[in-house]
Design a protein around this ligand. Structure first.
Ligand SMILES: [Zn+2]
Length: 231
């Protein structure tokens, strides 16, 4: 086992994490479909989806722990004579087991996409209830109220209706995923910051980590599109 082969395995695993994230978004989207069709009645299906997303959260965590073990142990092995490489596999395995044993269910629940799953199901169920009975709704989440106006479906970057709306957790503005990620990439490449393009917003430094795909919003835009086609 050479260090370069270890590094290429690690980078393959990191790209798997992107797929795991996409898979988690898909699970959330299926859950929203169920809520849309059946409300919160089909709790067994929603529970199954929650178990699935927790399983993804565990996989994601395992990769993090593995990468961390490899980083630590390869750093250590560089300080030692070449013979130490022989034990690399065992020491990585040992460290990995140690790190994973410290991972609790609560940690898995804390994964941002697990939190987003629960939030979107809750919000969407509330919103569906509101539409069914306009007068008897509880007080709506502020961002749901905001999304009810169609103008907010427009991306401030592309000026067209968003396909994959990402919410900025800092200033609560929305942009389409493709456009905003590209803008941040270009700005950062030129050593510049990316200012929130929403008129009047004073957020001058938007980071990719501030952004989160908003599946409830995505579904609302899709529904809106379907509805406007009908009329
Ligand atoms: Zn903003």
């Amino acid at each position: 086992m050479s260090l370069s082969s270890v590094q290429s395995t690690v980078s393959t695993l990191k790209s798997c994490q992107t797929d795991i994230g996409a898979c988690m978004d898909m699970i959330s989207d299926v859950a929203l479909g169920i809520v849309e069709a059946q409300g919160m009645d089909n709790s067994s299906a929603l529970k199954k989806l929650e178990d699935m997303i927790l399983e993804c959260s565990r996989l994601d965590r395992e990769i993090n722990c593995f990468v961390e073990s490899v980083d630590e142990m390869t750093a250590q092995v560089r300080q030692e004579p070449p013979e130490a490489m022989v034990h690399l596999r065992d020491s990585v395995k040992g460290r990995f087991t140690e790190l994973m044993s410290g991972v609790s269910d609560t940690d898995l629940q804390r994964h941002s996409k697990v939190v987003a799953f629960k939030d979107s199901v809750r919000k969407y169920a509330m919103q569906a209830g509101q539409t069914a009975d306009e007068n008897e709704g509880e007080e709506l989440d502020e961002d749901i109220a905001v999304t009810q106006s169609q103008t907010n479906f427009i991306c401030p970057l592309t000026q067209v209706e968003m396909v994959n709306p990402m919410k900025n957790k800092i200033c609560n503005h929305y942009y389409d995923q493709g456009a905003v990620l590209e803008m941040i990439k270009v700005k950062h490449k030129n050593k510049k910051t990316f200012r929130c393009p929403k008129v009047g917003c004073d957020n001058t430094d938007v980071q990719q980590s501030d952004l989160e795909l908003d599946l409830v919003m995505k579904r609302m835009i899709q529904n809106h599109k379907r509805q406007s086609k009908k009329t």
